[in-house]
Ligand binder design. Sequence first.
Ligand SMILES: [Zn+2]
Length: 452
Amino acid sequence: MAEFMDLESQDAVRMPWNVLPGTKQEAANCVVPIASIYTPLKPFPNMPVLPYSPLRCRNCRSALNPFSIVDFLSKIWICPFCLHRNHFPPHYHSISDDNLPAELFPQYTTIEYESPSEKSAVPPVFMFVVDTCMIEEEIGFLKSALSQAVGLVPENSLVGLITFGTHVHVHELGFGQIPKVYVFKGSKELTKDQVLEQMNFFMKKPKPSAGVIAGVRDGLSQETIARFLLPASECEFALNSVLEELQKDPWPVSADQRATRCTGMALSVAAHLLGACVPGSGARIMAFVGGPSTEGPGAIVSKIMSEPIRSHKDLDKDSAPYYHKAVKFYGGLSKLLVHQGHVLDLFACALDQVGVAEVKIAVERTGGLVVLAESFGHSVFKDSFRRIFQSGDYDLGLSSNGVFEVNCSKDVKVQGVIGPCASLEKKGPLCSETVVGQGNTTAWKMCGLDKA
Ligand SMILES: [Zn+2]
């Protein structure tokens, strides 16, 4: 048992077997399959951080590691995976048996590189998407949690706010003098261009006829982005005054109806806005939802109260009329978010169901968090929400935009990954025909990941 523990404390890898079967027959005889639980961000107190980029095999892109065979005389290393012979670049020329670079030390089978050019300059981004179809008391709890959060996020992180009910309201926090919102109809799905057009993104500078709008580098000025996403230190006042004024969705709801709640549309607008302003940066959409979506794309139930929400039995029997359409919508949203490198977190606090089964795919593929509680005043929500922002020994260590790649020698095939990530569809001879979880690839995107 100790061996298993040792391996995990050195490499964050836990396997059912620490010896691989040597033949096909032996592999077939394994009752427990060969697999591995891997914790990408497991903290290692003694882990060295090398201030340069890894040296990679020219053939298979594997990094130089302690298992590589090194010929010090001719300055060549042999990749242990594909057996390709690689020449060392000039800056490795002083290596010898007693002058090894850290990545060749036998004990450093896991090592971290931090090349100066790769350091991210973009601060973290938080887009709060807030449901207003709730009783005043719940809105009150949520308001205080949100204004607390704005005080806890790193000062330079960008913050944006969208509220929704019957319609979607995008708040222009950077406008200053008076509160200003852009309103979208909840029932009709819009394309990214339509969303940007409506928010006057192309007023001063017409939309380029070709290509996509993608942040400061492609077509947007810092000024335009700062209308909706502001550093926390600058927008605290504006955000708090919007939150103070925030009221229950004003549209009347009769006693035999559910509130009109366009959750899907609000998330889609949030995704498009972030996709235009900060693609590829560590942005999180944090959705605070107090009930089921009943309007527009991603609705899970009708507004008529006498029609019950789908139950486990309905899903089992495939007799939930809204289910497949909603899952398809959130599947599309998850693809968009993965492409942009953004995370969806869901905080669902209600006594009734809110439709997590449908949204699940978007949260799971982007590595987001789900918190379920019965009220925004409940400690389950309040404590979990605070943990996301606090720093210290027990913080979650939230990180973003990871890529997980598997490389192995030709006798081993990769069946797939089960976990919070999305396939990057890197196909090749290493992919097995048998697929487990997300297979047919040897690389996966992890938009959001944490230490746990
Ligand atoms: Zn190689």
